[in-house]
Write a protein that binds this ligand. Structure first.
Ligand SMILES: [Zn+2]
Length: 236
């Protein structure tokens, strides 16, 4: 189990605080594999840097603050026995075991994750025959760069940096789409924070398309990236 200290800061031999993993990932990617294996309290401390891009810790009359603006990427198994089971025909986990496993990721942390998807294990024949080659990194890069340029031209910052209020002003929905989002909010019991995140993601998908407005399919796609909220709602 990874302790909070290793994630947030470490002490050198003179017990001076030094940056931990989240600060070493500043301006980069922090990848947490097997997220459910982390100490739940340690994960909850991630909320502050995910909001502010900084981590401050006071301990024994010492105060340490380090930059920590990272992109969080995490992976976990859907049930506690992991690879051997993976909800396939061999899954013998009880609903209670699954609920406890998934409950290790708190609702407030989940709220701060923009996209969560289920990745089913690929059947062997699909693995062996991956189909036509995907886009090259260079092609994807130019699409992403164009999308970022649209955001900077419109509002002087990226969609991810919009405050909740700014998101409501910029990521506007047609009335019918607003109704759709409100229905999803009730059904999956989403918070105001999740609401703003869905708006930003939908606006980003529209920007990827070069579309002036958020269309229904952008909103539906943004909602489809809330897999863990659906787990939570189905098990509540
Ligand atoms: Zn299982």
């Amino acid at each position: 189990m990874v302790t909070p200290v290793a994630l947030y800061l470490v002490y050198d031999s003179g017990s001076r605080p030094k940056p931990g993993e989240i600060s070493l990932a500043h301006n980069g990617i922090l990848f947490l594999d097997e997220l459910a294996e982390f100490d739940r309290k340690a994960l909850d401390v991630l909320r502050e840097p995910l909001e502010t891009g900084r981590i401050s810790i006071s301990r024994a009359a010492r105060q340490a603050e380090f930059p920590a603006r990272f992109q969080l990427v995490a992976a976990m198994n859907p049930c506690p026995q992991g690879y051997d089971c993976d909800l396939g025909p061999h899954c013998r986990c009880t609903p209670e075991q699954r609920r406890r496993h998934r409950g290790r990721i708190s609702a407030p942390l989940l709220d701060r994750i923009d996209l969560s998807i289920e990745v089913p294990r690929l059947p062997r024949d699909v693995l062996m025959d991956p189909g036509p080659p995907p886009e090259s990194t260079e092609q994807v890069r130019s699409r992403v760069a164009a999308c970022r340029d649209r955001q900077l031209a419109r509002q002087g910052k990226l969609n991810a940096a919009l405050s909740g209020r700014e998101a409501e002003g910029i990521c506007t929905l047609a009335p019918a789409h607003q109704q759709l989002l409100e229905t999803a909010m009730d059904r999956f019991r989403l918070s105001a924070r999740a609401y703003h995140r869905i708006l930003r993601v939908a606006r980003t998908l529209a920007d990827m398309d070069g579309a002036p407005r958020i269309e229904a399919h952008h909103l539906m796609e943004a909602l489809s990236y809330r897999a863990m909220d659906r787990w939570r709602a189905s098990e509540a």
